[in-house]
Design a protein around this ligand. Structure first.
Ligand code: ATP
Length: 696
């Protein structure tokens, strides 16, 4: 059989497995509420097993027929999809007429509409649902902010250069490529020992320091891609775009590498706005900038991209979440540390309630956001998810060595696509690190107050400046120094106490001047006191999403080619994310049909449904194919029967089924279908079926 047909069959089987998985999960939830019988769930599970077997069979048939490995097939799939995306202007390499610059893309009309839809879905699903405080901060950020956050010093990747051409490459990516090639080489397979060593190294590439990375590149004989020239030793390269603020150019700034810092620096005001109550979450959607060394993988790694970030501030002693029960039964694929280290190396579906109870996920709030992310990703959820295949998304826990020293627990939301598993969001419990860092740099207190139900004995820090000694030595500056000492954050005070106890001097800034404190200038100690409340620095739980990566994965999960002679491309976008919701076709170029088509388009617009009228003279089948290619879920055809009885044909993209509906009912019907209040099955049961046009 023709490879194209086999590939289509494989992609459709993959889609069927995804959909059947959704059905099983939805039936299981309904069973809990007593809405369906156990037998319905069992039947759906049995069906899922069968479609999975069918999928494996089709994958094997495809591999046998093409003689290609799965990865070669993935590349063929990707190139067909990218071809459709570029042809229909979903995206365009930026500055194309000037030869483009790597890592920058423009979204064309359908891409732009979809990005808006995904972003709006995110806003509804997170900001609206949780009543989060939304912010918009500038992208240009003064250096001091990013010094405090650690980005100036540590936001680096290791780079190597081609010794002859000077071309730059990311060292870890080159090593990964070499190791993967070695492991995939079927002509000269590596010995079991060499393969094991390569696999072990592959798992650790991200944590190698410059020296180890350099040694590994030499050991595996890595050369510059394309030219095969020698490469330099790896060296750190800061990924931030540097700029200067103001005409004198003496205030250094950077384009923000993430949106999160804007939220942290506003913490004090946000807490006040929230009535000084915790927990609360703030969110920001906006562009971030990273001067990626060698952007590859198209839209996945770019230099300007939209992030959607949440900072959930809570009491470090209480990370429960009031709405956790709403996701306790949700069971995404979890790839815990234990499963990654185990023999099978496979993620498992675990209900989030169980994952928290067993300590797999550190706390309820982190698990709550994992659950909400999973629901956001899928095809069907309360607001209509973005349309990823639930069997091809997972949450991977960071291994201990991958986490920053201050982090309590981190999980990446990963989506499987033709490039492998791609991180589309990171969810991290970052403890109080960020607020402490900004408090230390800005000298502004970033704390919250907790009133105890009953007065409690607690350790409090007492800072008592030796005013007599300070007055004798510092005269007119003594008061400012004493004030600065008393205003120190707990973290700074403990650091100073440590130094003074070791007989060392410690610096303090007062009124913009630096002074040196010696042992005896100040007494810093913890005292047990009965208190009615306490000040503390809140912990932060941070879900951080990349909208572009999610959008790209939606493209991949929704793309397939319809069986038939001309292998038509289809994007099965959910109605929520689809760039255009409905197309209107007058069957023939006649004034009475065109008029009615324009009137229908206006009625759809009044329902706030994006739509287009296609009056090109080509066959209806070709026009359907054109709308399928940009993923329009519904199409209305105006024909001569419309003129007689005021009804028209409504067609659904994936089934290509058609029904006959009175014109007056169509706009509201399409609105309800688009909002996923109504399923196509319900529509098909209510309205008479219409025979399909001959050239469908
Ligand atoms: N260069 C990029 N292009 C597109 N999206 C990005 C890029 N870098 C990060 N993101 C998105 O922002 C999210 C949060 O950023 P984060 O700093 O956690 O990414 P990261 O761990 O540095 O990503 P990676 O390891 O892939 O470079 C990521 O999950 C991803 O979706």
């Amino acid at each position: 059989m023709d490879a194209g047909v086999l590939e289509t069959a494989f992609l459709q089987a993959q889609e069927t497995v995804g959909r059947q998985g959704d059905i099983v999960r939805s039936l299981k939830a309904q069973l809990k509420d007593g809405k369906v019988e156990r037998s319905a769930v069992d039947e759906a599970i049995e069906m899922l097993k069968q479609v999975k077997i069918d999928l494996e069979r089709k994958q094997k048939a495809l591999e046998d027929a093409t003689g290609k490995t799965a990865s070669a097939n993935k590349e063929a799939f990707r190139s067909a999809m990218l071809n459709a995306l570029e042809r229909r202007l979903f995206f365009i390499p930026s500055f194309k007429i000037y030869g483009s610059v790597a890592g920058f893309y423009d979204y064309g009309p359908p891409g732009c509409a979809m990005k808006q839809n995904v972003t709006q879905t995110w806003r509804n699903h997170f900001i609206l649902e949780e009543n989060m405080l939304e912010l918009e901060c500038p992208a240009v950020t003064p250096e001091i902010v990013l010094k405090a956050s650690g980005h100036v010093e540590r936001f680096t990747d290791f780079m190597v250069t081609d010794v002859k051409t000077g071309d730059c490459h990311r060292a870890d990516h080159l090593l990964e490529g070499a190791l993967e090639a070695l492991l995939e080489d079927r002509k000269n397979p590596a010995s079991p020992e060499a393969a094991k060593a390569a696999r072990d190294l592959l798992a650790r590439v991200g944590e190698l320091g410059a020296e180890e990375l350099g040694a590994a590149l030499t050991q595996y004989g890595v050369k510059a891609p394309d030219t095969k020239n020698d490469i330099s030793a790896p060296f750190p390269f800061n990924l931030m775009f540097k700029t200067s603020i103001g005409p004198r150019g003496d205030l250094v700034g950077y384009l923000r590498p993430e949106t999160a810092q804007g939220i942290f620096v506003n913490f004090k005001d946000l807490l006040y706005y929230n009535g000084s109550k915790l927990p609360f979450a703030a969110a920001q959607i906006g562009n971030s900038y990273r001067n990626e060394i060698s952007p590859r993988a198209g839209l996945l790694r770019v230099r300007e991209f939209t992030q959607a970030e949440i900072e959930h501030f809570c009491n470090p002693a209480d990370k429960s979440h009031p709405k956790f029960q709403s996701v306790a039964e949700v069971a995404p694929l979890l790839y815990s540390r234990e499963l990654q280290m185990g023999d099978e190396k496979k993620p498992k579906r675990i209900p989030l309630g169980t994952a928290v109870a067993k300590g797999i996920i550190a706390n309820e709030t982190l698990a709550y956001f994992i659950g909400r992310t999973y629901l956001f990703a899928q095809r069907a959820s309360q607001w209509g998810g973005v349309g990823l295949n639930a069997d091809r998304v997972r949450f991977r826990q960071h291994l201990q060595h991958e986490m920053a020293h201050y982090a309590e627990d981190c999980w990446d939301f990963e989506v499987e696509c033709s490039y492998g598993w791609v991180e589309c969001a990171g969810l991290a419990d970052r403890s109080a690190y960020d607020l402490n860092a900004h408090a230390a740099m800005s000298k502004v207190e970033m704390s919250a107050y907790e009133r105890f139900a009953e007065p409690q004995e607690v350790d409090v820090l007492s800072i008592v400046p030796n005013k007599k000694e300070l007055g004798r030595l510092f005269k007119k500056d003594a008061k400012a120094i004493a004030d600065a000492l008393e205003a120190m954050s707990e973290c700074d005070a403990l650091e100073m106490a440590g130094k003074l106890a070791a007989g060392q001097a410690a610096g303090i800034k007062a009124d913009g001047q630096a002074f040196e404190m010696q042992p005896g200038f100040v007494e810093i100690k913890k005292q047990r006191k009965k208190m009615s409340g306490r000040n503390f620095t809140p912990a932060v739980i941070e879900p951080s999403f990349g909208i572009g990566r999610i959008l790209y994965c939606v493209f991949e999960h929704c793309f397939y080619t319809r069986e038939g002679d001309d292998q038509r491309s289809v994007f099965s976008f959910t109605p929520v994310t689809a760039p255009v919701k409905c197309t209107v076709f007058p069957l023939l170029q006649r004034a009475e049909l065109n008029e009615r088509a324009e009137a229908m388009s206006a009625a759809l617009t009044r329902e706030r449904l994006s739509n287009t009228v296609d009056t090109t003279g080509t066959t209806i089948g070709k026009r359907y194919a054109r709308t399928d290619e940009i993923g329009v879920p519904f199409a209305i055809t105006i024909d001569y029967q419309t003129v007689e009885d005021s009804t028209a044909t409504l067609r659904e993209r994936d089934s290509t089924a058609q029904v006959r509906v009175p014109l007056a009912e169509l706009p509201a019907l399409v609105r309800r279908l688009t909002d996923m209040e109504l399923s196509w099955q319900e529509v098909a049961a209510k309205y008479p079926a219409q025979a399909q046009a001959g050239d469908e």
